[in-house]
Write a protein that binds this ligand. Structure first.
Ligand code: SDX
Length: 428
């Protein structure tokens, strides 16, 4: 592999180093492009061809449908690890031993209290507020209650900010649900495991006992692992760029939550169920919705299909599809929407429009079916994605800070008016 790339601009040759990663990905290092060419930049809307950083956290190969966290295959982690182990792996780089895992969980539990005054902020929201808007606001509000977690320069301050967020975010997520459901806001039961405790915070009725359901705990644990990180996706890139100004972990995460909310990103899991429900109401007419998805004059897209990177099956979709079958069977639920989803997938995978564009089901296509079977309201689906993605966002933010990455500040190509004199109002 040549170690340099040569660019010819107006007859001038410019050499740039070629960098190669541990998975043999190569990139042209253009750090000196503007200075060496007198101001030439690159143009790449949506950064489809642009690497923003070097990272050691997650590797994915979109053509082969490969996803690994710190070198471990997602299939193995989903099968053999639990969510806190994976969170530790993503954030600190290695799978924890029993003592490290116990301390991580103990530190998280110790910092899981959310100040009672945060409930007053939540009180200000209407019941109809979307949970993602509530979560982004409350995550940012936590800054005021944890000022020492804003400028985290020492490893100790950074660790404290991390375990505070890992402890408090599930509480905020459960509160966002309970606010909409008109249920009292309470705290978790730290005698339970991380995911079991979250489910108890979500579903415990004021007057009733909460009985853990191992099927739901295992299913949610797996879903959170599958959502935990995905290299430089839209919301992770948002967390990194906000963090690059040293705005602190909580502010960076609040921005990431807002980015994830979009229906083209994490909001797709909610949009998928709404789409499948519409198809069901329409008598299961999948062909009508396939036609809409292919009609360029129609803004409708087949939600849960396609991906910026995966041009093959999203490995997470495969695992979630299998898990959906198991969970519904274990719970004795027959959800016609699952059959519609499978029918839609079959049709799309045989349709040249989707095949030619390499559009396959992504992580969001089946996840909502499991969330629904668990009794999680559809408006909470994207919040569940955020709960899973939290350790990935934290890991990426920590890596960016430890590598002392520069503040993110892309350039542009200006296409507006050239210089012109001011025009007094009477002459406009
Ligand atoms: C996530 O990046 C990540 O890693 C994200 C994520 C993560 O874990 O963080 O994996 C999570 O966000 C998954 C994606 C969830 N979004 C959806 O399911 C929404 C539906 N999908 C699309 O909107 C779309 O596929 C994107 C946004 C996911 C990807 O869009 P791209 O890469 O910008 O692709 P594109 O819009 O350029 O589409 C290429 C072609 C276009 O047609 P042509 O102009 O070539 O004729 O494919 C078409 C698009 O119109 N197309 C679709 C489609 N997705 C792409 N047509 C119909 N239905 C779709 N879903």
């Amino acid at each position: 592999m040549s170690k340099t790339a040569t660019l010819v601009i107006n007859g001038e040759k410019y050499d740039f180093p070629v960098v190669e990663g541990t998975e043999n990905e190569i990139a042209i290092d253009i750090k000196t492009l503007r200075t060496s060419t007198g101001g030439v930049t690159t143009l790449d809307p949506g950064y489809k061809n642009t690497g923003s950083c070097e990272s050691a956290i997650t590797f994915l190969n979109g053509e082969k449908g490969i996803l690994r966290y710190r070198g471990y295959a997602i299939e193995e982690l989903a099968e053999k690890a639990d969510f806190l182990e994976v969170a530790y792996l993503l954030i600190f780089g290695e799978l924890p031993d029993a003592e490290e895992l116990a301390k991580f969980h103990s530190d998280i539990k110790e910092h899981s209290h959310v100040d009672e005054d945060v409930k007053k902020i939540l009180d200000g929201f209407p019941k109809s507020a979307h949970p993602m808007g509530v979560l982004s606001s409350l995550t940012s509000a936590l800054i005021a209650f944890n000022p020492s977690s804003v400028n985290v320069d020492s490893p100790e301050e950074m660790y404290l900010a991390i375990v505070r967020m890992m402890g408090k975010f599930p509480v905020l997520t459960a509160w966002a649900h309970r606010k909409r459901a008109g249920l009292p806001l309470d705290y978790g039961d730290n005698t339970l495991g991380y995911v079991d405790n979250f489910l108890k915070m979500m579903f415990k009725k004021p007057d009733g006992e909460y009985n853990s359901n191992p099927i739901l705990v295992e299913a949610l644990d797996k879903l959170l692992i599958l959502h935990a990180d995905h290299e430089q996706n839209c919301s992770t890139s948002t967390v990194r760029i906000v963090g690059s100004s040293h705005a602190g972990l909580f502010a960076s995460l609040s921005a990431g939550i807002s980015a994830l909310w979009g229906p083209l990103h994490g909001g797709a899991n909610q949009a998928v169920i709404e789409m499948l429900e519409a198809i069901k109401e329409d008598g299961g007419d999948t062909k009508k919705y396939m036609a809409k998805a292919k009609d360029k004059s129609d803004p409708f897209r087949l939600m849960g299909f396609g991906h910026r990177v995966y041009k093959n099956f999203d490995p997470r979709a495969r695992i979630i599809k299998a898990s959906a079958d198991d969970v519904l069977q274990d719970l004795g639920i027959d959800d016609p929407v699952l059959d519609i989803a499978k029918g839609l997938e079959r049709e799309a995978l045989e349709d040249s429009y989707f095949v030619n564009r390499k559009l396959y089901p992504n992580v969001d296509f089946y996840s909502g079916i499991i969330y629904r079977a668990m009794g999680i309201p559809v408006e909470m689906f994207t919040a569940m994605f955020a709960l899973g993605r939290l350790p990935g966002w934290i890991a990426q933010w920590r890596e960016m800070r430890l590598r002392k990455e520069p503040i993110g500040r892309p350039r542009q190509i200006y296409i507006g008016e050239t210089h012109r004199p001011f025009k007094d109002i009477e002459y406009r």
